[in-house]
Write a protein that binds this ligand. Structure first.
Ligand code: CAO
Length: 426
């Protein structure tokens, strides 16, 4: 196996919950040595959140912390601080997503870190960038609401809606990971570390770019691809919620398939791409729409989208979603089945590519996880289980920092690293 892409990069991982851990997990998958620092006795709060098995690290934690090592250090204990400063000097990147100001309150301000190790890259996730909310603590849905996602998701006449995709946390983790590798690349010729800051609001807004596009288009008339236009409902002064309308130039909707009455996922996403309009007309039994001036061009179709999709749905309802896929794919009609998590978990292709992986864990047993969705041909990802709390404390003290057995015992007795878990010590 070739060397991993980030082999030799050492990350001091001060992250917790979801946004930061997704970032450092990606770096670990690419081969970085990720040393996760956790509070003695407690660790990352997610270890104990949403637990499905008593006293076993939750899936929330295990699925976000693969391929990392865990060291417990009390960052407020003087000996703990001494160990941390040694680690700061040994690492290439420090990643954190504490509440605003917490890292500096611990004594690790950017200025001090930069002075101690000028090559260190310091990467942070916060809820907001500088401005009126800069001091706020933020979780996923707050970022979705403040980043423009909630106001543009859901149905026009209903509440703003959050989405199941964790665009605030995992989305920002992805942005941060790109910032870190960019800074690492820059360091190869500048020789200097720098700060990488990602605000969750900004990350969500970046993913809602098309909605800010529509906001500006509104000044020049109604958004004709929105169902609202076909329904004759006037637009207000802000991008509206658009249900399941496609956000692009090719109109699309979610349509019922056979079995929808009892299966909540018997639906297909159907896109009326202009290039395949003629086969669509033939398949749904409306060959006249190929030449009828009211339907023949994309522009002419815009006021009739509801009628068109109702007609297409009359066809999709005669087929289950997989049958419909088979028929439509023969004509290159872009469509997709609504897959349940159960179907995804059982999908053989996703297993074959390592996007869905089975992992073994000493206290939990086997569980499924999402592997690395980014595939590098010369740096294949092998997903290994998340660490137990403090599992690698002694190993890191000795191998990374060069402490001898007596010094490790002294650090342990000082209370700086807490008790290592019984299983971890075995
Ligand atoms: N040893 C000793 N103390 C430690 C420690 C350790 N190893 N690790 C953390 N702490 C302390 C911190 O120093 C902080 O103490 P002070 O408040 O006295 O400075 C304290 O633990 C709590 O840290 P926190 O404020 O970050 O944690 P919280 O649970 O109160 O808030 C969160 C969690 C996520 C809301 C907040 O960290 C945050 O806003 N982060 C930035 C945005 C973010 O990433 N949100 C996404 C989270 S996933 O949905």
């Amino acid at each position: 196996m070739a060397e991993k892409a980030l082999e030799g990069v050492r990350i001091l991982d001060f992250t917790h919950v979801q946004s930061g851990p997704t970032c450092t997990q990606l770096l670990a998958w690419f081969g970085a040595d990720v040393i996760k620092v956790e509070r003695p006795g407690a660790g990352d709060a997610t270890r104990q959140q949403l637990q499905d098995i008593p006293d076993v690290d939750s899936l929330y934690f295990t699925m976000l912390n693969h391929n990392k090592r865990s060291i417990t250090i009390d960052t407020k204990n003087p000996k703990g601080k001494e160990v941390l400063w040694r680690l700061v000097k040994e690492c290439d990147v420090l990643v954190e997503n504490f509440a605003p100001g917490a890292l500096a309150r611990m004594g690790f301000s950017w200025e001090k870190l930069h002075e101690a190790n000028p090559k260190l890259i310091v990467a942070s996730v916060k809820g907001f960038g500088p401005g009126r909310y800069q001091d706020c603590k933020v979780y996923e849905n707050v970022a979705q609401c403040a980043g423009g996602s909630a106001s543009t998701t859901g149905w026009r006449d209903d509440l703003p809606m959050v989405t199941g995709a964790q665009i605030g946390d995992s989305g920002t983790g992805l942005h941060l990971a790109l910032g870190i590798v960019t800074a690492l690349y820059h360091r190869t010729h500048s020789g200097e570390g720098q700060r990488v800051d990602c605000a969750m609001q900004d990350g969500v807004l970046n993913l809602c770019r098309v909605k800010l596009r529509d906001q500006q288009r509104l000044a020049h008339g109604p958004l004709k691809e929105y169902s609202q236009f076909g329904e004759g409902i006037a637009f207000g002064d802000a991008t509206p919620r658009a249900g399941n309308d496609s956000g692009g130039g090719q109109p699309g909707r979610i349509l019922k398939c056979k079995g929808w009455e009892h299966d909540p996922n018997a639906y297909i996403y159907f896109i009326t791409q202009a290039a395949v309009w003629e086969p669509i007309c033939d398949i749904i039994g409306e060959p006249g729409w190929k030449t009828d001036p009211g339907y023949a061009t994309p522009k002419a179709r815009l006021p009739h989208l509801n009628e068109i999709f109702t007609r297409i749905e009359a066809w999709t309802m005669k087929h289950d979603k997989f049958e419909a896929m088979d028929i439509l794919n023969e004509y290159d009609i872009p469509c997709g089945p609504i897959l349940s998590m159960k179907e995804i978990a059982e999908d053989e292709s996703l297993r074959a590519t390592g996007t869905v992986v089975e992992v073994d864990h000493p206290t939990r047993g086997k569980y499924l996880s999402v592997g690395n969705p980014i595939k590098l041909s010369n740096s294949k990802t092998e997903v290994t289980r998340s660490p137990l709390l403090g599992e690698h404390t002694a190993e890191i003290l000795k191998d990374v920092l060069g402490y001898n057995d007596n010094e490790v015992a002294e650090i342990e007795n000082s209370g700086a690293v807490g008790q290592v878990s019984k299983l971890a010590a075995e």
